[in-house]
Design a binder for this molecule. Structure first.
Ligand code: PLP
Length: 381
């Protein structure tokens, strides 16, 4: 074995939110302080300002903020009329929010496999899973990469299905020049702290070009009332806190820059790792813009060994996700097995998410990449 090149004992974190805060501390602290001084806590001018800026940035007519990205999906589905007796198709590899929200409406979740290069929902398998009960498809733009929107919009249009885009990992990712979240009936976003645009607690939003849907979402998420005490239906309590909106109003100014930084880091990784035959690098869809919420490689050999090798060198990695959704205990009742989703199931054992955040330094990207090169060099059989 070659000696370990990296002698530093510094940890390379998977994500470091502190660096971003330190870079913008004065501005963020001022915004939070001002919101508290104004005793604005839920709703108010900060929230309206954020909704307007986010809609403008995405070039969409309406943005309705909600409590978090999970509620955003649930409320969008519910307000599109999805419920008991319906089926909704979503992707086998995602965060459970993409599927649990379908079940919460009373509908049945049906999983589809992923595309081999992009790791996003496979339109061919979506088509195969459509039944007379299918009402909607929840597409997930996983890792910041975009799903095949031409194929998916055409399937949904021709079959009369609602199309919801879960964009929790894809703020300002683009498909052929247009932001994701604006293709279907509704786009849902999470502003969880570690997302590309993150608040300092829970926050989410639904975007849509449909004014009637926007109004229903706003009403439902506010106890069924657009105006205080005027409850036209029973709803839920899922609103954006003013302090979170104040943080987001500061951070929204930098999201495009941060996404560019992520893209630069991704390009650097891909350059440094291009000669490692044992791994598959992320593939950006043609004419699209990946925003690298995650930089996910696929280890064709010895992923677990590589993971511990990196960990021993202070390099943190993660798995997105260790178990595909249909195989989680939560979905045991659907009786799926791995071979039902051949690609997602194979990849579950290969994927590895490398450290990725806009403030990551070049020497850190180099150290991570060199460690991977060294691992496969030194263990070559
Ligand atoms: C983070 C995430 C969500 C949920 O967002 P929360 O704000 O944590 O509720 C939904 N879908 C995907 C793909 C996510 O990564």
């Amino acid at each position: 074995m070659k000696p370990n090149k990296r002698l530093s004992t510094d940890i390379i974190p998977f994500v470091d939110l502190k660096r971003q805060y330190e870079n913008h501390k004065a501005e963020i602290d001022e915004a939070i302080g001002r919101t508290i001084s104004n005793t604005d806590f839920v709703g108010g001018s900060q929230v309206t300002e954020f909704e307007q800026s986010f809609a403008k940035l995405l070039d969409v007519n309406f943005c309705v903020s909600v409590g978090n990205g999970t509620d955003a999906i649930y409320i969008a589905l519910k307000m599109l009329g999805i419920g008991v007796g319906d089926e909704v198709i979503t992707v086998a590899n995602s965060w459970i929010a993409s599927s649990e929200t379908i079940t919460q409406t009373g509908a049945k979740v049906v999983f589809a496999d992923i595309e081999p290069e992009q790791y996003t929902i496979d339109p061919v398998d979506v088509e195969a899973k459509i039944s007379p009960k299918t009402k909607a498809v929840v597409v997930v733009h996983l890792h910041g990469n975009v799903a095949d929107m031409d194929a998916l919009t055409s399937i949904c249009r021709s079959r009369g299905l609602y199309l919801i885009e879960d964009c929790a990992q894809a703020h300002l990712s683009e498909y052929k020049g247009k932001c994701v979240g604006t293709f279907g009936d509704a786009g849902t976003f999470s502003f969880y702290p570690s997302k590309n645009l993150g608040a300092y607690g829970h926050a989410g939003a639904v975007v849509t070009n449909n004014s009637d849907l926007a109004q229903r979402i706003r009403t439902y998420s506010n106890h069924g009332a657009l105006n205080k005490y005027d409850h036209v239906v029973e709803g839920i309590n899922s609103r954006l806190d003013s302090i979170q909106a104040a943080v987001l109003n500061v951070k929204i100014k930098y999201i495009e820059h941060w996404n560019e930084q992520r893209r630069k880091i991704a390009k650097r990784y891909s350059g440094l790792l291009s000669k490692v035959n044992q791994i598959q690098l992320p593939v950006e869809r043609t004419d699209c813009k990946h925003t690298y919420h995650l930089y996910v490689i696929r280890c064709l050999e010895r992923r677990e060994e590589l993971r511990s090798y990196l960990e021993d060198r202070g390099i943190q990695t993660a798995l997105h996700y260790p178990t595909i959704l249909p195989l989680l205990p939560a979905y045991g009742y659907l009786n799926y097995c791995g071979t039902d989703f051949p690609i997602a199931f194979e990849y579950q054992h290969q994927i590895l998410s490398l450290p990725m955040f806009p403030e990551m330094r070049d020497d850190e990207v180099i150290s991570v990449s060199e460690a991977i090169v060294d691992f496969y060099d030194s263990t070559r059989s």
